[in-house]
Design a protein around this ligand. Sequence first.
Ligand code: HEC
Length: 166
Amino acid sequence: MTKKSYAMHVSMIVGTTVILLLFIFILVGHHRGMPDRARMDRGALLSSATSVAERIKPVGQVSVLAAQTKPEPVKNTVAPPPSRDGQQVYQASCVACHGGGIAGAPKVNDKGQWAKRIAKGVDTLYASAVNGVQGSAGVMPAKGGNPALSNAEVKAAVDFMVARSK
Ligand code: HEC
């Protein structure tokens, strides 16, 4: 080996070593903060017992409810089905009287019977339908006698009846 090629050899080794060391430094520097960060994340997740309890609660409730209600369908504890539209409410709870003008009820489609009522304003009609009204023509029961209806459902039925009667 000549002196020149020996020197080149040494400088190559030194150069490679420097690059390797640099690489290790960067690697170590990058990972040094990791355990701390991991601990912080875990701390945040487990910080409050209530948040853990809240996160596991629904699962427990669902399974308990399912176990309790298996033999029989739930009565009254379940929220009412998604709001029915005006026509559905009318068909279910109003048509009995208003479909044929029974018991003094203004008949849907009869413009003559509805004109005076519509003239009172739709809010008055809503109030009569929701709270019931004792008029000269007869008794309009609150919510058509179906207290399970929401106010919004009764109003939708009024809208439906009024639209059909002008
Ligand atoms: C048991 C029969 C009966 C049922 C069921 C019934 N109504 Fe009536 N409704 C009446 C009678 C009778 C009147 C007329 C009352 C009066 O003005 O003398 C009336 C009047 C009304 C009026 C006019 C009120 C006013 O101020 O002029 C509206 C609006 C109305 N009903 C909506 C409904 C809706 C909506 C339903 C269903 C959710 C319904 N009704 C179910 C008997 C009924």
